[in-house]
Design a protein around this ligand. Structure first.
Ligand code: SAM
Length: 374
């Protein structure tokens, strides 16, 4: 992706008066909405990192400021929030915007959009609260006062969030240091390191706010936060993990033909698996006949091998897959940390029989004979 930042800082004067969530919701909140971000800031970053029509994901959605910004910039808004009351407030906030938001409830370490389906992540990282008792419930990063436990939990969310990004897509994490009665937790440095462990870290933009009343104690006054800018690490297909899986599908009775970027890489290597540069492919596309039973059988094999299954944005188990659910959706996406396999069951202009008839056997697997540029 291309970031359009002319400078390593940007300054904001005041947010729009009507940009805050309804006080009915924030007043009932344990933090009283103190962690709600500025709509103008989110809009600026969405504008600079995405084009209208693209899909924006916020794993820590809160009251939905980022998601509203995404919607107002013409993008699709998808978020995860762990506090049910906040998820409800967020939905309410979108009422006057045609309910144009998808909210997943739960921990972003466990629920997320489908792998490789997101164009940009924009999020404010929940901060560690070293001196306060837990109040939000299990899984909430606010409830982990121990810094190591907090960072381990954040790492889990980062790994899962990273998997949602399309190849080449980007992410922005807003974070600031945490001032306590006794000192300062250098949270920006810790989070920066964790982001760089999982993503390709690209650098930071300082987000400057108007001066505010100085905090008491030893800390310097703060009126800025950092936007950590990162990108997805390119996904890579590894033949040593992919081919045994394809064999398992065929053994289970799933007729399939590999097509797409893996087939093109193989064609470029004269269909020799040993020398093909599959690492340049982001995922594996297989075409199966259109009958639902093949998709369900493939789903069972892949679920057993540890893949999560999605029919577009809907997460499914093999048992939930029905002909009605498959109708009009074209492919089942199976994602694991190391690999994404798209099981396509309808492909315009290239029906299974046509592709299978001209396929080439590559180490026991049918591969479409696509001699086109890679
Ligand atoms: C900094 S706030 C986000 C505020 C949001 N940007 C807004 O302006 O409304 C962080 C949010 O992350 C949520 N959160 C904490 N741990 C989470 C987890 N494991 N999964 C999903 N959300 C989580 C918190 O409940 C909180 O609402």
């Amino acid at each position: 992706m291309k970031w359009h930042f002319p400078s390593s800082w940007c300054a904001f004067t005041a947010d729009e008066a009507d940009a805050q969530p309804d006080p009915r919701w924030t007043e009932a909140d344990p933090l009283r909405g103190a962690d709600v971000g500025w709509l103008s800031v989110s809009r600026e970053f969405v504008r600079r990192g995405a084009r209208p029509g693209q899909r924006i994901y916020d794993p820590f959605a809160g009251f939905g400021t980022v998601l509203l910004a995404a919607h107002l910039e013409g993008c699709e808004a998808i978020g995860t929030e762990i506090i049910p009351a906040r998820a409800a407030a967020l939905r309410e906030r979108f009422r006057e915007h045609g309910d144009a938001v998808t909210i997943l409830e739960g921990s972003a370490a466990h629920v997320s959009p489908a792998p490789q389906s997101i164009d940009l992540v924009v999020t404010s990282v929940p901060y560690v609260r070293p001196t306060r008792p837990p109040s939000f419930g299990a899984g909430n990063l606010y409830d982990l006062p121990d810094l190591d436990a907090y960072l381990a939990a954040l790492h889990e969310v980062l790994v899962r969030t990273h998997a949602t990004l399309r190849n080449g897509a980007g992410a922005v994490f807003f974070v600031e240091d945490v001032v306590t009665e006794t000192g300062v937790v250098p949270l920006t440095a810790h989070v920066m390191q964790r982001v760089a462990d999982v993503f390709d870290y690209r650098g930071q933009i300082a987000v400057l706010y108007p001066p505010r009343a100085s905090t008491s104690g030893p800390a310097l006054p703060r009126n800025h936060e950092l936007a950590l800018v990162a990108e997805r690490r390119p996904a890579r297909v590894d033949a040593r993990t992919t081919w045994p899986l394809l064999h398992a599908l065929v053994r289970a009775g799933v007729p399939l033909v590999v097509f797409g970027s893996v087939a093109r890489r193989l064609a470029a290597a004269d269909h020799r698996l040993a020398t093909a540069d599959l690492a340049q492919a982001a995922d594996v596309d297989v075409l199966v006949p259109p009958e639902p039973e093949h998709v369900v059988r493939a789903a069972r094999v892949l679920a057993e091998a540890g893949f999560e299954l999605h029919l577009w944005q809907r997460r499914v188990t093999p048992e939930e897959i029905t002909p009605a659910l498959l109708h009009g959706r074209h492919y089942l996406r199976a994602g694991r940390a190391d690999l994404v396999i798209d099981v396509c069951y309808a492909l315009d202009g290239r029906p299974y029989t046509h592709l299978a008839a001209s396929a080439i056997d590559v180490d026991g697997i049918a591969v479409a004979s696509l001699h086109v540029g890679v």
